[in-house]
Design a protein around this ligand. Structure first.
Ligand SMILES: C[S@@+](CC[C@H](N)C(=O)[O-])C[C@H]1O[C@@H](n2cnc3c(N)ncnc32)[C@H](O)[C@@H]1O
Length: 246
């Protein structure tokens, strides 16, 4: 089975569970770290714009972006079951099923393309960024978040019953496995160095306007002490706001 099929199968199988998880207050990673930082990058860029949310899941954040005043918003995702929930939950938004690396959207269709936590599922960033560049207007914005390049490098492992901090190889583009909660285990993601990310952006006509490495705020501590502590020691997510200049 290819990795993309594996990703689709897991999201399809656990679609209801995933929807409950992303919309629940227990989802402290999204709630306190990633989503507030994404909103910081997006908030002044959406009004009156035609927007695409790539890898939109069940559309929870698509709706949030729409509420920032988009003229039109479309969501698209690999998983038919997630899209089914997205349509049911957000009847005012159009959703499509598809692989982000090969879409049926028109050339230069969008002013802004958002992609929250999808990029790390892909090994070859060039194939994704090439498609994003094709369907984005000139001077348009591509805003995305992904696992931080050191996420799987600085790591805590159970060694002889003790949690030990280990340091893994940074210079590669190989897969690693991670758990999205207790049910969605052994998800496949790919490691990318900063150089790989910036090279793929530059090659496809993008320049980076802003980069964020958000940490959990103090108010997160009472909901998830471990997350608060860890996220303030090593970065969890990387967020990039890139403009298509060519
Ligand atoms: C962690 S979820 C994030 C969902 C949503 N963006 C959010 O922030 O709540 C990652 C999503 O990326 C989607 N995905 C992974 N690879 C994809 C691909 N090649 N094309 C489209 N969607 C993909 C998955 O189906 C899943 O819905």
């Amino acid at each position: 089975m290819t990795d993309i099929k594996h990703t689709r199968e897991i999201y399809d199988k656990f679609s209801e569970h995933y929807h409950d998880y992303v919309t629940s207050k227990k989802n402290t990673h999204h709630r306190f770290i990633e989503k507030p930082a994404m909103l910081k990058l997006l908030k002044n860029e959406i009004k009156g714009k035609i927007v695409l949310d790539l890898g939109c899941g069940t559309g929870f954040f698509t709706k949030k972006i729409f509420s920032l005043g988009a003229k039109e918003i479309i969501g698209s995702d690999l998983s038919p079951n997630l899209i089914q929930i997205a349509k049911k939950e957000n009847p005012e938004i159009n959703f499509y099923i598809g692989d982000s690396r090969k879409t049926s959207f028109k050339k230069s269709q969008f002013h802004v393309i958002n992609s929250s936590l999808m990029v790390h599922y892909l090994q070859n960033l060039n194939s994704l960024f090439k498609e994003v560049s094709r369907i984005l207007k000139k001077n348009g914005l591509f805003v995305f978040s992904m696992h931080h390049p050191v996420y799987d490098v600085v790591h805590r492992e159970n060694i002889s019953g003790k949690k030990i901090r280990v340091f893994k190889n940074y210079f590669h583009n190989q897969k690693y496995y991670w758990d999205l909660g207790p049910k969605m285990k052994k998800m496949i993601a790919y490691h990318h160095t900063f150089e790989m990310i910036f090279d793929a952006l530059n090659k496809n006509g993008f320049i980076v306007e802003k980069l964020l490495e958000p940490t959990a705020p103090k108010k997160a501590e009472k909901f998830n002490k471990k997350l608060y502590s860890l996220s303030n020691q090593r970065p969890t997510f990387l967020l990039i706001k890139a403009r298509k200049i060519k």
